[in-house]
Every structure is written in C-alpha cells, then in structure tokens.
Design a protein around this ligand. Sequence first.
Ligand SMILES: Nc1ncnc2c1ncn2[C@@H]1O[C@H](COP(=O)(O)OP(=O)(O)O)[C@@H](O)[C@H]1O
Ligand SMILES: N[C@@H](CCOP(=O)(O)O)C(=O)O
Length: 309
Amino acid sequence: MELNEIRLFSPATVANVSCGFDVLGFCLDTVGDEMVIRKTDERGIRITKITGYDLPYKVTENVAGISALAMYNTLKPECGFEIEIHKKIKPGSGIGSSSASAAGSVFGMNVLLGDPLNKTELTSFAMKGEAFASKAEHADNLAPAIFGGFTIVKSIHPLHIIELPTPKDLYATIIHPQIEIKTSDARALLPQKVPLRDSITQWANLGSLVHALHTSDYDLIALSLNDVIVEPHRKSLIPDFDTLKEKVIKAGALGCGISGSGPSIYTLSQGIKVAEKVEDAMFMIYESTSIPFDTHVSKINTEGIKIIK
Ligand SMILES: Nc1ncnc2c1ncn2[C@@H]1O[C@H](COP(=O)(O)OP(=O)(O)O)[C@@H](O)[C@H]1O
Ligand SMILES: N[C@@H](CCOP(=O)(O)O)C(=O)O
C-alpha cells in the first residue's frame, strides 16, 4: 500500500561537543519535535500547522519549508507535500531546534517518495534551511539528527559525514536556561583568526576524543572535553556558566560545555546514576537564579530521526 502520510520524531542534538566547533555533534533521545509530512495531489510545499512555538508559515521563511523546497525543486515529483511542525524544542535553545525542522521535512518527503536519497544527500538539502537560520552553512546538528549517534562533518563541500561509535554507558545531561540566543548572534561574537597554540590544543582534544569514543575510554573522554577557542567568547552570554561547570564536574560529569551556540549547557557522564547526580547539581545552581530553566537526562540516540506512525 502506498504511504501518503507519516509522523516523525525529529531529535534535538548537541553540536560542537566542546572541542569540535562546527564539525562534531551527537543526538539526544528524550527531546525532539514531532512532524507530520503528507503527500498531496496539489503540487508544491505548504506548512499547514505549527504548534508549540510561534514560527513562520511562509515556506521561504521556515527552515522546514526552505529545506523541503530545495529538495522538491531538485527532484520535481508529481505530487506536493504538506508539513505539520509540532515544536517541542524551543527555537534558539542551542539544542538544534532549527536543525530538527530542517531534517524532518526532507527525511519525511524522502520516505514518502520511496527513499530516492541517501542520508548524506538529505543532510545536504537540510543544510539550506539550517543556513537560513544561522546565516552560515554547518551540518554539525543535522548530521547527528539524520544519522544518529556521534558524527563528524569532515567537509561540507563536498558534504562528507563520518559516523562515530557511541560508548554504551554514556549519558548526556542538559540544562536549558530559558533565554534565547540566536545562533547567528553567537557566531558573530567569534574571532576570524585563532592563535596557533589554541589550535594545537583544540585539535589534540578533538583527535583524542574521537579515539576515546572508539575505545570507550571514559578517562580520555574527560581529558578531551575542553574548548579553548569558542567557549571563552560565548560563555558570558550564559548566566553562572563557570559556577555550573565547576559543580557538575565535582558531581562526577566527564565534561561540560556550551551546547551548540547556547544557552543550553551539556554534560557527558558515565552511567545514568552520575548523569542524574549532575542534573541535581544543575538544579541547585539555577534554582537560586530568577531564570526559568529545564533539565533532562538523555541516552545518546544512536538511531536519529525516526518514523513514529
Ligand atoms: N522550523 C523552525 N524551527 C526553529 N526555528 C526556526 C524555524 N523556522 C525558522 N526558524 C528561525 O530560526 C531561528 C532559530 O534558529 P537558531 O538560532 O539556529 O536556534 P537553534 O539553536 O535552536 O537551532 C529563529 O529565528 C527562528 O525563528
Ligand atoms: N556549530 C554551531 C552550532 C549551532 O548549534 P545550535 O543548536 O545553537 O543551532 C555554532 O556553534 O554556531
């Protein structure tokens, strides 16, 4: 029977993971948007429903519409598509809200068209939407959303994505202070040139982290989760960042950093018990501020975006 409609879970993701600005990311299990993609006889792309947050219905202003249109204009199918976005990931939260929408529309259309495109091709169309939101091309949220697990974007032209293994006892804890930081604004803060000594530290950390993921070496993960290039420029945007980092490391986290462009902060821990202790520590720090926040513990989602109906 021909499939005319599907419902998807489009996951939140953590980009950068401290030492891998614009190239490294991983996929979360517990947070994500739901999207419905429907085939229509009428040609073209329409966004017919958005719940959760106030976002544009105009196809050329919504990242889900922009990526869908890029794919549609290339494949030129006989049918059209309707998109519903049920947003659970707050835009500007630093856990890949725009990326979840950009990935969801192209993934859903591809399934309804009988899977003509592979995951790298889907990521490439989704990048058109993501570039609109952040005013720069990057795929470090899209790749883990579409492939699952940890991914490295080796290059964007040509798009080359590498899937990395996920140590089985690794858990993420996220705190999301409810202030909005636009990715485009957080990118504008970054220097165009970085000192050689910082670059050396950063690529040593990234190489070591990749090795640690391959060998499930939790001690080496802890030693590698450091960012000497981007975090120093962005951390002042996030209230109590340094205090929180110190406390979660004391609580047992392997490492802690800004998730994507913030304001969310991520940690990685060995085992769910430690991840929950880290969540308590986050709670204690932010409870004393006037900023609303939410926290969650998540397994690393190795499957990525998936059909739920
Ligand atoms: N479907 C969408 N989902 C999320 N943000 C969207 C969407 N369409 C357009 N946007 C715009 O993209 C910006 C959020 O993207 P970005 O700053 O990258 O945040 P995030 O880190 O949460 O992805 C906001 O200005 C928002 O209005
Ligand atoms: N590498 C990008 C990642 C942005 O992630 P987001 O979740 O904040 O959209 C950056 O750090 O600018």
